[in-house]
Design a protein around this ligand. Structure first.
Ligand code: ADE
Ligand code: ZN
Length: 340
């Protein structure tokens, strides 16, 4: 790699993929107020500024309470479409070539919104973004782990007619007290139906939840995984399996998983040989999209261009694209590094 460009410009321009992104977490206050107005919904905050002031979280639950409230203004297919397209336009400007996007249908179906309304709105935006901007994407349907397994099972049934649009199922929401073992049956059923599986584990919860996600839910990736570092044997297993961990630096900072970015474990994880990627989680709430995550963690941990290159390469390699699509994006990455 040549050296004439600053690391900031290198980060902004390098082709990359996003593998851990909640579409409801991309809902920017400006768009939220606009959609609330057109749906005649009164938000409990008087202004965008007042809403933004509430984005001061002490932990995951603090954030989730506000995140679920924000999603309540989404009613029509057009609302889901607008939110999704707005995210895709944003990442187009950040050289994100591929995105694997979580959605939380239960947030909406529990309020009486049809599953079809949610998924049609999101999916149509993905199709349009592919056509207009060339961004490829996959959808991952998450089950809310604070709800019971029966609710997850009903959600899985609702998803079956849309099987071709959804690559995997995932597990998110309040982690502590809601171990992966509670969802063993629904994940088993999802795998039988042909879905891949992922799960949030080891964000706030213990290393044992990561073991459960691997052994009981048979995941292909772990979302977050920070707490794996508490258990050396687990680290060795994750390294040996080359299990991808979708790490989210700014999320970890905003939800107090780390006290400052300088103490983020990303670099230690890389040194141990863990297969990590950098992601934005809920960018509208955590103050940064994918490039800001790379930029801020690079600065805090003094990552090199080679580290950034490895993270970008991992993001394509750990994706759920098929081998030929992966090859194409990896070739674009190689082309880029020749110039830089
Ligand atoms: N839902 C949205 N963001 C989440 C996170 N960081 N952890 C768990 N559930 C979530
Ligand atoms: Zn997440």
């Amino acid at each position: 790699m040549k050296n004439q460009f600053s690391i900031e410009s290198f980060i902004k321009k390098i082709p990359k993929a996003e593998l851990h992104l909640h579409i409801e977490g991309t809902f920017e206050p400006e768009l939220m107020f606009k959609i609330a107005k057109r749906n005649n919904i009164k938000l409990r905050y008087q202004s965008i500024e007042e809403l933004k002031e509430a984005y001061n979280f002490s932990n995951l639950q603090d954030f989730l309470d506000i995140y679920y409230q924000g999603a309540e203004v989404l009613i029509k297919e057009q609302d889901f479409y607008d939110m999704t397209l707005s995210y895709l336009e944003k990442i187009y400007s950040q050289n994100v070539l591929h995105a694997e996007i979580f959605f939380d249908p239960q947030i909406h179906t529990d309020r009486g919104i049809k599953f079809s309304t949610v998924i049609n709105g999101i999916y149509n935006a993905l199709v349009d973004a592919k056509e207009k901007m060339g961004i490829t994407s996959k959808l991952i349907m998450c089950f809310l782990r604070h709800l019971d397994e029966e609710s997850a099972m009903r959600t899985l049934k609702q998803a079956l007619p849309y099987k071709d649009w959804i690559i995997a199922v995932g597990l998110d929401s309040s982690e502590i007290g809601n171990p992966p073992s509670r969802f063993k049956k629904v994940f088993e059923q999802a795998r039988k139906e042909g879905f891949l599986t992922v799960a949030h584990a080891g964000e706030e919860g213990p290393a044992e939840y990561i073991r459960e996600a691997l052994n009981l839910l048979k995941v292909s990736r772990i979302d977050h995984g920070n707490r794996a570092l508490d258990d050396e044997n687990l680290v060795m297993e994750l390294v040996q399996k080359q299990m991808p961990l979708t790490v989210c630096p700014l999320s970890n900072l905003k939800l107090a998983v780390v006290d400052k970015l300088e103490n983020h474990p990303l670099k230690i994880m890389m040194k141990k040989g863990l297969y990590v990627t950098v992601n934005s989680d809920d960018p509208a709430y955590f103050g940064g999209y994918l490039n800001e995550n790379y930029l801020e963690v690079q600065k805090a941990l003094n990552l090199t261009k080679d580290d950034i290159y490895k993270l970008a390469r991992n993001s394509f390699q750990a994706s759920f694209l098929d081998e030929s699509e992966k090859r194409k994006l990896l070739d674009e990455l190689e082309e880029f590094t020749k110039q830089y």
